[in-house]
Design a protein around this ligand. Structure first.
Ligand code: SAH
Length: 349
């Protein structure tokens, strides 16, 4: 029998596991406390040695190891390259905001979705992350900075809805009261638009924030940069988003990466407004939603560049003047190139 991935267990499951290896149930709370602090078995000093030995024999600890760490001199953003149990690497980024500390985590090693502007998809998908490996990124980062992390965004490497079951388990683990206890309202999940999985997620009734990577507001343009659009075109995506909003009451966030000369003209802004108004109008008014404008990060070996400041401001201005709530994402960690999947790429070459 293989070893049990205990970092991926909820408290009751952990107690059941202890019972299954002949240990008393009450040890569960102690063990869970240590696990959530990112401790190795030998560090769990209030557990009897015999139990720690049994754990090494029957359980595995899928805690990522810090392979590389970059700290921004500008704003304190920390970027980690984490090494997983099989030597594969993923990235996480810790950002400091006035409202607390936020972490951007990865959900897969590589990504199968093929968006042309994204570094994470070069080389395709290697494997899913387990729920424990997603949780481990938060635990290890939090231990490393010695501070509580209060917000989680699933916007790192990978497509969370392509790794659905592990993602849902991860969300439950993060939210667990006895553990990290991060409220669903402090968690965002970003997807390129895997429509059937958006519907499944809606049925889970978890009040997380759904972010949609839109990046273009017409099918032809979107299909040219995001292959998923050929499978699930905008009409299907937007209808699924509307269902999500109607059922959950949660304001959806649309990410729109601005690429110079590709999707950043006045006409593009008008097209985006028209699309949002078509699907999100209720009694003549736009329902609450948010557009997050992201000047694209340039990726080595890919031929596109970021929109200039004037174009970004103009685009944002047009949206806001027509009643569409849009903000430009502040670039954190600019000196450490914090927002790309490029550290992992470099580690492999
Ligand atoms: N697969 C998910 C989550 C990971 S990507 C998704 O597609 O949403 C997180 C966000 O970063 C997405 O909006 C993605 O489109 C965006 N992104 C990818 N490459 C980028 C780049 N080079 N510059 C700016 N944003 C990028």
């Amino acid at each position: 029998m293989g070893k049990t991935d205990i970092l991926g267990l909820l408290p009751d499951e952990l107690s059941d596991f202890l019972v299954s290896i002949g240990e008393p149930k009450y040890r569960g709370a102690q063990l869970y406390g240590w696990l959530m602090k990112g401790r190795e078995f030998e560090e769990m000093t209030n557990l009897p040695r015999s139990l720690r030995e049994k754990l090494s024999e029957h359980a595995e600890l899928r805690l990522p190891k810090v392979e590389k760490k970059l700290v921004s001199a500008i704003d304190g953003t920390v970027k980690y390259l984490f090494k997983l149990i099989d030597g594969e690497c993923v990235e996480s980024v810790v950002m400091r905001y006035e409202h607390g500390i936020s972490i951007c985590i990865s959900s897969e090693v590589g990504c199968p979705m093929g968006c042309v502007f994204c570094a994470s998809t070069i080389g395709g998908k290697v494997r899913n992350l387990t729920a424990s490996e997603m949780l481990g990124q938060i635990i290890v980062a939090s231990r490393d900075i010695d501070e509580r992390i209060s917000n989680v965004v699933m916007m790192g490497i990978g497509e969370p809805l392509d790794n659905y079951d592990n993602t849902i388990r991860f969300l439950k683990l993060v939210n667990e009261e006895k553990g990290l206890n991060i409220g669903y309202r402090h968690i965002s999940l970003s997807t390129c638009g895997v429509v059937p999985m958006i519907d499944r997620l809606r049925e889970e009734n978890l009040p997380i924030t759904l972010s949609i990577s839109l990046h273009a507001a017409e099918d032809e343009a979107r299909s040219a940069i995001m292959p998923i659009n050929r499978k699930y075109p905008l009409s299907e995506l937007m209808t699924a988003c509307r269902r999500y909003f109607d059922d959950s009451g949660r304001r959806i966030s649309f990410e729109y990466t601005l690429i110079r000369g590709k999707n950043d003209s006045e006409r593009d802004a008008d097209t985006l407004i028209r699309l949002l108004k078509k699907y999100f109008t209720d009694k003549g008014k736009l329902v609450p939603l948010h557009v997050n404008l992201i000047p694209v990060n340039e990726v080595k070996g890919r031929d596109f560049s970021r929109s200039d400041k004037a174009a970004v401001e103009k685009f944002s201005g047009i949206l806001n003047s027509k009643g569409v709530n849009a903000t430009v994402r502040r670039r954190l960690g600019a000196d450490i190139n914090a927002s790309c999947g490029q550290l992992r790429r470099e580690s492999r070459s």
